[in-house]
Design a protein around this ligand. Sequence first.
Ligand code: NAP
Length: 302
Amino acid sequence: MNAIVLDGRPVARDLRLRARDELHDLIAQAGSTPSLSILSVGDDPSAHAYERAIIKAARGVGVEVESVHLPGAASQDDLDRAIDSLNDDRSVHGVIILQPLPSHLDRVEVSDRLDPLKDVDGITTFNAGRLFHDDRDVLAPSTPAGGMALLKHYDIDIAGRHAVVVGRSPVVGKPMSLMLLAANATVSVCHSRTSDLANFTKQADILISAAGRPGTIQKHMVKPGAIVVDFGVNFIDGSMIGDVNYDPVRSIAGAITPVPGGTGRVTTIVLVRNTIKAMRLQARDAATFEREFVSTHYRKGS
Ligand code: NAP
């Protein structure tokens, strides 16, 4: 029997409705609309496709959105100045820095230059720390947060189950592992140096793939009835596919996300909700010790 398809569209629709309500309440309180800035460097086609999806999601909710683009030859100083300017602009409430950055730019330095209270994709050390401590005020990375929202939408039990995450990047695999742990799963994390990957994936009640390699998960690697979440985005001959060998795995899994139409649709709306949350956190913290603390201790160069 084929697995249930975990379609991202109804999840995104529900989150969009919730975001509109949150926005309505926030505008009533604050008298202004949150604004998201998308900062990109260079001309990576996947980054531009993601930018278009973010703009569509933001406009669908009513959040303001603007693009700031630097040429691929931009220096670290140019990028630092662009980030500082967005940090200092009080009309900007959220900033996402699109990946990949050109290889001459330092991803960690860039991440920690961003104001943590505008960090709507959870890339700063400050928000990574908040995630580590299960802090409810965290601005969490939107991709794994979307994956968790998808599991919740389909009433998938997490507590007590064995979740196996393939991938340990700071934006998808690692934060997803922490979120599953916070939801009381028993979590195994695999990566490119894991020996005998199938030995781990076969034990998964919930199998998450965030490797970015087509064919990473084959049918023989999946336990019958497992929940399979595929974050992979890969292009073969112009077609988008995930990491999971979809049709064969669908014939054995209990539920599976499609690519496209699964996790990706949810990511962008989570990013928009994070912008609303960021504006709320900034308003709350405007005159408090925390705002000073964040600025002083976590923003470089300020
Ligand atoms: P990444 O930084 O390249 O990380 C890939 C991770 O997978 C690494 O930890 C790597 O291990 C591991 N890995 C690679 N090949 C493997 C293999 N054969 N077996 C086991 N582990 C393997 O990628 P990312 O930024 O996390 O993104 C992962 C995927 O998600 C990409 O396809 C990306 O396009 C996609 N993505 C999707 C969304 C969405 O909304 N659905 C959003 C963002 C990204 P090492 O650490 O040992 O190198």
